[in-house]
Design a protein around this ligand. Structure first.
Ligand code: NAP
Length: 416
C-alpha cells in the first residue's frame, strides 16, 4: 500500500465544508482509518463490524462509509520505513475525518510520541472526552447515571509545551539567574524549571468549540474549569478570555449565572447556554456531589488531563472511554487506552473504547441514528452480562466473550 499517496475507494466521495465551516457529508463519505499497534488490529476488526452493521441497519444501504486505510506507527514503519509518513498527515487533513487505534511510541524514533506528533502537526487543539454512564457497567459510585458531561481539554499549550529544564542544568541555572536579575523573582537555587504558556488565541479557540457543541447539542451549560485563584495570568486569564469570547461571539445565546438568577429566576430560557466557572479543585468535588449540574466543561490542558480520567472512573469506564482530537476542520477519533501489547493478537480485549469513539464520529458526521443504535446495543449487551474479560472479572454471573464475539453481540443486539 502506498503511504505517500492514497487511492481513495472508488465508491466514496470526499467530505466537504460549507461556507460556515460545517461538514457537508455525502451518502458514501471517505473516512480514513489507522489500524494502530498491539491490540489495534483486534479491536479494529470488531469495531468496524459494529460501525458497518449500525450504518446498514439505520439507513438500509442508502448510506455507507467508504473506508480508506492510511498508515502510521509500526505498520507504516514496516512498509515504508517511516513512523508517520507525510502522506498520512496530508490524507487526514484532506479527507477531514479519521479514526485510529492506539499506537506504540517508537523508541529512538526521533519523536516524543506519535500521538503528540499527530496533534501538533495537524493542530488538533481540542481533546474531547464525552463521559456518560451505560447501564450495566460496574461503577464505584451509587448513581453513576447522573454524570453526563463532555470535557473539552485544550491540547496544545500549558505545561505540556515541553519547555522545561532539569534541576542543576546550565539552562535551569541561567533561567533562575535571569528571573532574579530581571524580575527580582526569588527561586530556590537548584530548582527544576517548567514554563506554562497559555494564550488568548488558544484559550478562545477551545472555549468557542465548547460553546458551539453545547448549542448544537442542546446542552444547558458550559463550565470554565480553572485554577485562576492561584495562577492569575494563565488559568485566571483562561477564565476571563472564556467569558469575553462568550460575550463577543455568542452574546445573544449565552448568559452568566448572575444573569440567569437575576433576570430569569434560575430558569434557563430555551435555546440559551449558561456560562459558569469553577475553581479546579472544587470541580472535582462538584462532579462527585452534584454531577447533574454540569454539561460541557472547557479547561486548560493539565486540568483536562486530570478531570477526564477522574470523571471516566465515576462511570466505571476507565479503559472503555472514547475520545477525539479536533482542529477547526479535522477530527481524529481514538480510544483512550494504549496498545496493551501483552494481549496483542489474542482476540481478547474490550473494543468498546474504539466503538464509542466511532459513536462520536457518527454524531460528528450527523449520522446520529446509527450512533444511537450502537449505544442502545451496547447497553443491552452490558445488561445481558455478555462481556469481555475486563468486565467479566468485575461482574457476578457474567458470560465471557472474545473481542470479536463482543462486536458480533452488539450487531445482534441492534434494534431499529
Ligand atoms: P495500556 O496499553 O492502556 O494497557 C494498560 C492496561 O489497561 C492493560 O494491561 C489492560 O489491563 C488495560 N487495557 C487497556 N486496553 C484495554 C482494552 N481495550 N480492554 C481491556 N483492557 C484494556 O497502557 P500501557 O501498557 O501503559 O501502554 C502500552 C503502550 O501504549 C505504550 O507504548 C504507550 O505509549 C501506548 N499508548 C498509546 C496511546 C494512544 O495511542 N493513544 C495511549 C496510551 C498509551 P489488565 O492487564 O489489568 O487487564
Amino acid at each position: 500500500m502506498p503511504t505517500d499517496s492514497h487511492t481513495p475507494p472508488a465508491e466514496g466521495s470526499r467530505i466537504e465544508l460549507d461556507g460556515q465551516g460545517r461538514l457537508v457529508v455525502p451518502d458514501r463519505p471517505i473516512v480514513c482509518w489507522l489500524e494502530g499497534d498491539g491490540i489495534g488490529p483486534d479491536i479494529w476488526v470488531a469495531a468496524r463490524h459494529v460501525f458497518d452493521g449500525a450504518v446498514a441497519s439505520a439507513y438500509g444501504g442508502v448510506r455507507a462509509i467508504a473506508w480508506m486505510e492510511i498508515l502510521a506507527g509500526g505498520k507504516a514503519h514496516a512498509e515504508a520505513g517511516e513512523w508517520l509518513p507525510q502522506g498520512t498527515l496530508d490524507a487526514i487533513a484532506s479527507y477531514r475525518v479519521a479514526i485510529k487505534g492506539p499506537m506504540t511510541t517508537p523508541v529512538g524514533g526521533g519523536m516524543r510520541s506519535l500521538n503528540v506528533a499527530l496533534r501538533q502537526r495537524l493542530n488538533l487543539y481540542a481533546c474531547i472526552r464525552p463521559v456518560k454512564y451505560y447501564r450495566g457497567t460496574p461503577s464505584p459510585v451509587r448513581e453513576p447515571e447522573k454524570l453526563d458531561v463532555v470535557i473539552f481539554r485544550e491540547n496544545t499549550e500549558d505545561v505540556y509545551s515541553g519547555i522545561e529544564w532539569e534541576a542543576g542544568s546550565d539552562e535551569a541555572r541561567r533561567a533562575i539567574e535571569f528571573m532574579r536579575s530581571e524580575f527580582e523573582a526569588d527561586i530556590r537555587p537548584g530548582s527544576g524549571i517548567g514554563i506554562k504558556p497559555m494564550s488568548e488565541e488558544g484559550s478562545k479557540n477551545l472555549v468557542r468549540k465548547a460553546i458551539r457543541h453545547a448549542l448544537d447539542n442542546d446542552r444547558a451549560s458550559v463550565t470554565l474549569m480553572h485554577k485562576g485563584n492561584i495562577m492569575k495570568f494563565t488559568e485566571g486569564a483562561f477564565c476571563a478570555w472564556g467569558y469575553e469570547l462568550a460575550r463577543e461571539e455568542f452574546g445573544d445565546v449565552t448568559l452568566t449565572e448572575t444573569e440567569l438568577w437575576d433576570g430569569h429566576g434560575g430558569e434557563l430560557p430555551a435555546g440559551k447556554v449558561v456560562m459558569k466557572d469553577r475553581i479546579a479543585d472544587a470541580m472535582f468535588q462538584q462532579l462527585l456531589l452534584r454531577p447533574s449540574e454540569y454539561d460541557v466543561i472547557a479547561t486548560p490542558n493539565l486540568n483536562g488531563d486530570y478531570i477526564s480520567d477522574a470523571a471516566v472512573a465515576q462511570v466505571g469506564g476507565l479503559g472503555v472511554a472514547p475520545g477525539a482530537n479536533m482542529s477547526d476542520d479535522v477530527a481524529l477519533f481514538e480510544p483512550t487506552h494504549g496498545t496493551a501489547p501483552k494481549y496483542a493478537g489474542q482476540d481478547k480485549v474490550n473494543p468498546s473504547s474504539l466503538i464509542l469513539s466511532g459513536v462520536m464520529m457518527l454524531d460528528h458526521l450527523g449520522w446520529s441514528e446509527a450512533a444511537r443504535l450502537i449505544e442502545r446495543a451496547l447497553e443491552k449487551t452490558l445488561q445481558a452480562k455478555t462481556v469481555t474479560y475486563d468486565l467479566e472479572r468485575q461482574m457476578d454471573g457474567a458470560t465471557l466473550l472474545s473481542c470479536s464475539e463482543f462486536g458480533r453481540a452488539l450487531v445482534d443486539n441492534m434494534e431499529n
